[in-house]
Design a protein around this ligand. Sequence first.
Ligand code: SF4
Length: 179
Amino acid sequence: MNLMGIDVKHKEYLGGRRHYNDIELWKDVTEEQWNDWIWQLTNTIKTLDDLKKVVNLTPDEEEGVRISTQTIPLNITPYYASLMNPDDPRCPIRLQSVPLSAEMNKTRYDLEDPLHEDEDSPVPGLTHRYPDRVLFLVTNQCSMYCRYCTRRRFQVRLAWVFPRSSLTGRLNISGTLRK
Ligand code: SF4
């Protein structure tokens, strides 16, 4: 790797983090594949067995992965997973992406739509809260699912995208909203 004219070995640049080839799951992955966003999106970690090859899971994390089938799925890009500390369950990147069993706990204070985005949605897939901007929802798929997601009501097993025609309609509406 060449950074600003200086030849740096991958491991030095990573500052102690693991190189992806040192992780069993990606030992044969080329640099070209690793740096290809399509490869990253098509090789996300979705199973307990694969995740176990990247980090040493606690029993609670294992249980969390099992019950994630009832909520938003496990889905972690290889790059993001490679940033996780394999031995520290309090690693912030790991906490963001690896489910815990407590995720299924619900209290009467929990809300389906905690940011009240649906109230500000004049048509499906468009949120209009501030006068000078709108938010478009084009799909319910994310490259990685954050365990704290406030839009988990959209994360269902069946993937969908809004058709292009619907996008055009919403663009027209957003133009009207700005006037
Ligand atoms: S909608 Fe945002 S917070 Fe939720 S999983 Fe996707 S990226 Fe994470």
